[in-house]
Design a protein around this ligand. Structure first.
Ligand code: GLC
Length: 470
């Protein structure tokens, strides 16, 4: 077992009972390669099921994106990138050489938007963006053409329509499930006097893939490890039994796996701890998105909070003290864990700040802080290792592609900021893919790919609908 030899989980100065509790946590949180291999197998099986039929655990959403950009396209496009935490409105200019410049504005989703007024909030932000830059089109002008990144699961019915399957990442806006999110957006824009036509709608994973593909012909996957987690990849249409449309000339289509839902409802194969189950039970979507709940930024702080309280309640941490802040759900932001995992100061002063100031617990000992750090490392490391399940299952789905250079475009706060996430993830993937093929894989950060990708999507959809009309 890793933890016995792993100095990170040997807590200097800890009592025997404290060390025993940390060992037990390490035992629960460190997932062995054998266990990962078994989970990958099941993940692959679920991918096949999802490609064969609708309404399965892995939705394998067919994006209707059957093109790749060449990188030589030019033009300016408006884009809306609706994520789990932020909304970005952009005007993207594609430079014809794989690059893009953007003008953009970021808005943090308000609690009201997340619970009630989402599409009106989006419309108001678009209005602000246009008015601040004097870009609002005249009433007589043709409707604005927009690319729309919508990072929630839809049943995609065409390149620019799709009905919301369910909300994820803490959103709970009534009246949207089962409705076309493009219509909801266009109607809200009309309410603020903006005539717009959404040229294309896509998952953030598809947009990230498209943004990367604009610059790099080897891009095959777009992956998000952020507030939520998911990936998209180009699938061979011959392998998509549920696709009933005509075979596209490219013979490929981008598919959004919706992998956050892996093991949902069944809770049969992932290595759940009581701390995960507690989080799940109290979440807005119990038994749903359970893979996402172990990997993504929205949830990891809460998993760690449950662990901290579990130890405190046994008087093995903070001498049993807590605070109103620490007792409140979601009060531990995942960014505190990143900061804690990074704290290498002799007295762990960053962690002291988090415990005593941010979480308002009056006092902490050095041993408390060492344990806190071990928790942050364990929760983050498990996330990084479990994230490889989806990556390995997808990368090995079309093995022939691994015989040449292949780029995996990644984005999201966990990938970008969680210390060690990138390293552990890459190292773990390397254990499951032959070295010769692994050497062909390039993991690259596609920063803000979901915004630029929405513009690439608008460009592709417009170009191909014009071609079809000729
Ligand atoms: C959630 C959403 C999914 C999105 C992912 C990453 O899992 O359901 O659509 O791609 O978060 O943002």
């Amino acid at each position: 077992m890793l933890h016995n030899s792993d100095a990170r989980f040997r807590i200097e100065g800890a009592s025997a009972a404290q060390q025993q509790a940390v060992d037990a946590l390490a035992q629960q949180f460190l997932v062995s390669d054998e266990r990962l291999a078994a989970i990958v197998k099941e993940f692959r099986r679920r991918m096949e099921v999802g490609l064969a039929a609708d309404c399965t655990m892995l939705k394998m959403v067919l994006s209707h994106v059957v093109w790749r950009p060449t990188g030589r396209e030019t033009g300016s496009y408006f884009a809306i990138d609706l994520g789990g935490t932020n909304l970005r409105v952009l005007r993207v200019t594609l430079d014809g050489a794989g690059g893009a410049t953007t003008e953009h504005q970021k808005f943090v989703l308000t609690e009201d938007a997340k619970r009630r007024t989402l599409f009106d909030f989006v419309a108001q932000c678009v209005e602000t963006f246009l008015d601040d830059r004097s870009l609002r089109p005249a009433a007589s002008a043709p409707p604005l053409s927009i690319g729309f990144t919508f990072s929630y699961p839809i049943d995609q019915t065409s390149i620019n329509s799709g009905t919301l399957l369910y909300w994820t990442k803490g959103l709970d806006v009534p009246g949207c499930v089962g409705r076309d999110v493009v219509r909801l957006l266009e109607d809200a824009l009309l309410r603020v006097g903006l005539r717009a036509r959404v040229a294309g709608v896509a998952s953030d994973t598809v947009s990230t893939l498209l943004a990367a593909a604009y610059a790099d012909p080897a891009a095959q996957m777009g992956v998000i490890f952020g507030t939520g987690t998911n990936a998209a990849y180009y699938e061979d249409v011959a392998a998509i039994a549920k696709w009933k449309g005509p075979d596209p000339p490219s013979r490929e289509m981008a598919v959004s796996i919706e992998w956050g839902a892996f093991d949902s409802d069944e809770l049969a194969i992932l290595p759940y701890t009581p701390h995960d189950i507690k989080l799940d039970r109290k979440s807005l979507n119990p038994r749903r998105q359970v893979y996402e709940k172990m990997i993504s930024g929205m949830y990891l702080g809460e998993v760690a909070r449950n662990v901290v309280l579990w130890l405190a309640d046994q008087r093995l941490l903070l001498d049993g003290r807590s605070s109103d802040v620490l007792n409140a759900m979601w009060s531990v932001d995942t960014s505190y864990l990143s900061a804690a995992a990074l704290d290498d100061s002799p007295d762990l002063s960053e962690i002291r700040e988090i415990i005593e100031k941010t979480l308002n617990v009056p006092m902490s000992t050095l041993v408390d802080r060492r344990i806190f750090k071990a928790i942050a490392i364990l929760v983050g490391e498990r996330a990084a290792r479990l994230s490889t399940v989806g990556l390995v299952a997808t990368l090995t789905k079309r093995p022939a592609l691994l015989d040449r250079p292949l780029t995996v475009a990644m984005d999201g706060s966990m990938y970008e900021h969680y210390p060690g996430f990138d390293r552990i993830m890459t190292e773990t993937v390397s254990r499951f893919i032959p070295a010769r093929q692994f050497a062909n894989i390039r993991f690259s950060l596609a920063k803000d790919g979901s915004g630029i990708g929405a513009a690439v999507l608008a460009m592709l959809a417009t170009q191909h609908s014009a071609a079809a009309a000729q």
